[in-house]
Write a protein that binds this ligand. Structure first.
Ligand SMILES: [Zn+2]
Length: 121
């Protein structure tokens, strides 16, 4: 006794062969765009050269501005804090963080808030 209405099992509707396998994309991640500013020494008058506010021409808005300086603790700041903590006592830890000479000076444009450069001691 035969059953001609039964379709063969390999042609069942809904069966999708695994031909849509997509290989993972290659990990070609470009290096992140850092905000490192290369200070050009060929034009010293246009870059911050001191730890204090400096009058420059902003590379972003091209205005003559007096930079806003924000001091940032660096590895050296933490180093001196550790030294002071070991040699003297722990309240001295805050000293390097209060001294501008132990920190980097980040210059920002007060006009457009663009990051201009860093003065490191
Ligand atoms: Zn600006």
């Amino acid at each position: 006794m035969s059953n001609p209405g039964q379709p063969p099992p390999y042609s069942q509707p809904g069966y999708t062969p695994a031909q849509y396998y997509q290989p993972p994309p290659p990990q070609m991640v470009p290096p992140p765009q850092s905000h490192t500013v290369i200070i050009q020494t060929t034009r010293p008058s246009s870059v911050p050269v001191s730890s204090g506010p400096t009058r420059i021409t902003c590379p972003s808005c091209h205005a003559q501005v007096l930079t806003t300086v924000k001091h940032q603790a660096t590895t050296r700041t933490h180093f001196w804090a550790l030294i002071l903590c070991l040699v003297f006592c722990w309240p001295c830890v805050c000293v390097p963080y209060c001294m501008d000479s132990c920190q980097n000076a980040n210059h920002y444009c007060p006009n457009c808030n663009a990051y201009i450069g860093t003065y490191s001691n």
